[in-house]
Design a protein around this ligand. Structure first.
Ligand code: 5GP
Ligand code: MN
Length: 343
């Protein structure tokens, strides 16, 4: 048995909304990662087992390393199927919002989501969810992944036996990726009880690890290049910065998802507790921040980069050149030096 972290009133509110709906759209955040895709696909498989019609919608496409998840190829992608999704939003009885805490995280779909009058149920683990936007919410930042919340929700609704292998594979994927393969936020014993249950459902845990962590040769070479040529260390501030330009992406035949995890790499260096990754995109610089210990990176993401996220893992955008983004970061580091070093 696992403890009842989610309150009974939250479970009842979510259950009522789900039971009352016939057609349900499931939406995850832009640039969906393992937890966003895992949680949305897990809900999709679950909803079909209880005779609901579900459609998963992503603001933009999912990365190739998650393309093996059963059913993900049936999901709709807003920047490719806009009209279909607009129609869908008029028809569904409920929208499940998964692994994000405010409409803006739905990227190009944010406006559509914000304008929709359909009831929305939030299932998420990011701190400080937007107010007044959801009919009900299951928002638990103390839970390491949205996938773990989905597992807990399904069980508490009394449907543990309806978790099939595909649902279990999806849940495991997000539990694994949001904890860096169970290397951070992963000291909760119940997490391993849940993994045990998922293995009983027939998942091949080792194979999922292999699939999610298998890359192209180009990506591997890019990683080597960035670590040897592009990583700047600010040793006194225990900080590392890696930047990746558009030209460099072309040089390494960059594919969606290829930069996943790069920001974590410098944290394996003895003494480094704060890591910044800057990636040049068409109209912006994507900023990824990670820390170890007591240094909050979501505050930096919110203050300087229109972003947010978790205490130790957050992101945002910078609307200027890569060169200026690097300058900005180099201005910020000294301001936080004391906090970083003492974290
Ligand atoms: P990543 O560095 O992988 O892009 O993002 C790390 C985490 O930060 C995400 O899981 C998400 O929780 C959060 N995050 C990333 N970008 C944004 C953003 O633009 N706004 C907010 N609020 N959170 C973000
Ligand atoms: Mn997540």
């Amino acid at each position: 048995m696992i403890s009842k972290i989610i309150s009974e009133s939250d479970i009842v509110a979510a259950r009522d909304l789900i039971y009352d709906a016939e057609r349900i759209a499931i939406v995850a955040h832009k640039a969906p990662d393992g937890d966003a895709i895992g949680a949305s696909m897990a809900l999709y498989h679950f909803l079909y087992t209880i005779d609901k019609e579900a459609v998963v919608v992503y603001p933009d496409s999912y990365p190739a390393y998650l393309g093996w998840l059963q059913g993900v190829d049936k999901s709709l992608v807003y920047n490719q199927q806009q009209t279909e999704i607009e129609k869908l939003f008029e028809e569904v009885d409920l929208i499940l919002c998964v692994d994000f805490n405010e409409p803006s995280r739905a990227g190009d779909m944010a406006q559509l989501l914000a304008n929709s009058k359909t009831d929305k149920l939030l299932i998420d683990h990011h701190p400080n969810p937007a107010e007044g936007f959801w009919k009900a919410k299951i928002s638990y930042p103390q839970i390491a992944s949205s996938c773990e919340i989905v597992f807990r929700l399904i069980c508490r609704m009394g449907h543990a036996s309806e978790i099939n292998k595909y649902c279990a594979e999806s849940i495991f994927t997000g539990m694994m990726t949001d904890t860096g393969n169970f290397t951070f936020n992963a000291n909760n014993a119940e997490m391993y009880y849940i993994v045990g249950e998922l293995i009983r459902k027939g998942i091949d845990k080792d194979e999922i690890y292999r699939r999610v962590n298998t890359y192209s040769a180009d990506r591997m070479r890019l990683m080597g290049f960035l670590l040897s040529n592009k990583m700047k260390l600010y040793t006194d501030s225990r900080t590392a910065l890696i930047s990746l330009s558009y030209d460099e992406q072309k040089q390494f035949n960059f594919q969606r998802g290829d930069a996943e995890g790069f920001v974590n790499l410098p944290l394996a260096i003895d003494g480094i507790v704060f890591s910044i990754f800057l990636k040049e995109e068409k109209d912006r610089i994507r900023v990824s921040l990670r820390s170890r210990g007591e240094f909050a990176v979501n505050e930096i993401a919110a203050t300087y980069f229109n972003g947010g996220g978790h205490f130790n893992a957050s992101g945002g955008d910078y609307f200027d050149s890569l060169e200026n983004a690097i300058k900005k970061v180099e201005e910020i580091i000294p301001l936080y030096k004391e906090k970083i070093v003492n974290s």
